[in-house]
Design a protein around this ligand. Structure first.
Ligand SMILES: [Zn+2]
Length: 326
């Protein structure tokens, strides 16, 4: 077992209090009856009575488990617990809107819903942040080439705090790049990155010979729930918490797919500036690059962006934005 893999498996196991399970990139046969739910979760003995949204439930080694999301911070976590009573989205929203202001999670959901008719780049592509900067999103579509580790090393190298980043992983990429996946997890576990793990399709089908209306997640006969949930299970099996985001492969979607994602508690992550398509990033954009070995030019443009912003970053006038900046 390569050293990073061994380290990441050990760290994942230590964090979860579980026995290492072997191959970190394999699917998760031990997650039984994995399904979307919607309810409220209040941690027992929580002094501030903090309430989270329960979005998934499953059984693992005889224990009932839940995936929770905090609508104020967008932070997600996995915990022990039985599925709470089922609620509607209207009921859930009421709980978090008691004081008149709505949590960011619900405002982002509304913004994404407003783009549902767009067939390309639906979802949250840019946002008015409290401070200047951009959100960095890195797609890991299926690829035969290795991860471009250098860009992560370069961007995290001289930072004092973790680099916030959306890592948009396809299940196929994880399956084919166990060492690279473990390397990213090790970088996260060592505090160099603050990762929002984003599903990017399990198989991420793409057929360049047909129109966009018949490929990616619009591929006829595709099991969309498998595209979403299988990758979430892979992340959980690796000790990660899937975020509340989903990146549509090719940024291609339909109103029905957007509605389905929202019903599962997920928000489509659009792109405000796909660097390799010569879209220049403005403050508040979600910047898109690929680090799967297929888009070196985009990464070079990202490298240049980082160099251009280095002074402003050091002076606190600009930043790589994180989930708490929504
Ligand atoms: Zn992709």
């Amino acid at each position: 077992m390569p050293i990073f893999l061994a380290l990441a498996v050990w760290i994942g196991a230590a964090l979860c209090g579980q026995t290492p399970r072997g191959d970190i990139s394999s699917p998760a046969p031990l997650l039984i009856d994995y399904r979307p739910i919607l309810g409220l979760f209040r941690a027992e003995g929580s002094p501030d009575g903090r309430t989270e949204i329960a979005l998934r439930s499953w059984t693992e080694a005889g224990r009932s488990r839940l995936l929770l999301a905090d609508p104020a911070t967008l932070h997600t976590r996995v915990t022990d617990g039985a599925a709470p009573p089922s609620l509607s989205w209207v009921d859930v929203e009421k709980v978090f809107s008691a004081n008149g202001s709505r949590a960011p999670y619900f405002r982002l959901r509304d913004a994404a819903r407003a783009t549902r008719e767009k067939t390309a780049n639906s979802g949250v592509a840019s946002w008015r942040a409290a401070q200047r900067g951009v959100w960095l999103s890195v797609d890991l579509c299926p690829s035969k080439k290795p991860l471009d580790r250098w860009i992560f090393t370069e961007l995290t190298g001289d930072r004092r705090s973790p680099l916030p980043v959306f890592l948009d992983v396809s299940g196929r990429w994880i399956a084919d790049h166990g060492d690279d996946f473990a390397w990213l997890i090790a970088l996260e576990s060592a505090g160099h990155m603050d990762v929002a793990w984003v599903g990017h399709g399990e198989e991420h089908p793409y057929d360049p010979r047909v129109p966009y209306t018949r490929t990616f997640d619009l591929t006829p006969g595709l099991d969309f729930s498998a595209e979403v949930f299988k990758t979430e299970k892979r992340l959980i099996a690796a000790g990660r918490s899937p975020s509340v985001w989903y990146r549509f492969p090719g940024l291609i979607s339909s109103p029905a797919l957007v509605d389905t994602l929202l019903s599962w508690g997920l928000i489509p992550l659009g792109s405000g500036a796909w660097l390799n398509k010569n879209e220049s990033p403005r403050d508040g954009d979600v910047v898109l690059v690929h680090a799967n070995g297929n888009e070196e030019r985009g990464l070079r443009l990202l490298e240049r962006l980082a160099k251009d912003r280095r002074e402003a970053l050091a002076a606190g006038r600009w930043s790589w934005l994180g989930q708490s900046d929504f």
